[in-house]
Structures are given as C-alpha cells and as structure tokens.
Design a protein. Structure first.
Length: 83
C-alpha cells in the first residue's frame, strides 16, 4: 500500500505535467499567431483558433486537475484509514 507522502508527490508531479503541457501548448500557439500576424486572413483564423483552443485546453486542464484531486483524496482517505 502506498504511503501518504508517495500519493502526495505523485499528485504534485501529475499536476505539474498537466499545467506544463498547457503552458507549452499556449506558448506554441502564441508563436504561430505571431508568425502569421502579417498575413491578413490567416492571422484572423489563427487568432480565433488561439482563443477557442485556449479556452478548451484550459477547461480540459482544470477538469483533469479536479479529477486528479478527487482520486488523490480517495487514495489519501484509504491510506490514512478515514472513510
């Protein structure tokens, strides 16, 4: 059975992975949007995609973090014996 500190460190690592991927994706989209800034139609499309996909990826990251928190709480209760 895993200890409380092992669960806590695993949750911390997974949250870091989720939000690091979110940050890297956002930076890449900003670079693409900046690279297409001088092309009229493509610039508008990439800016719209940046907003839509940014909102969707933020919702996905928050949802994943919340689910991870619920699973971690259940595992902590099991390890600590609280039911």
């Amino acid at each position: 059975m895993a200890s409380y500190s092992e669960i806590q460190s695993a949750v911390r690592v997974e949250k870091f992975k989720i939000w690091f991927a979110w940050l890297c994706g956002g930076i890449l989209w900003l670079m693409v949007t900046n690279a297409t800034a001088d092309i009229a139609v493509v610039s508008v499309v990439t800016q719209a995609l940046l907003v839509v996909l940014g909102v969707l990826s933020t919702i996905a990251a928050v949802t994943m973090t919340n689910r991870l928190n619920r699973k971690a709480d259940a595992a902590r209760r099991e390890v600590l014996g609280d039911l």
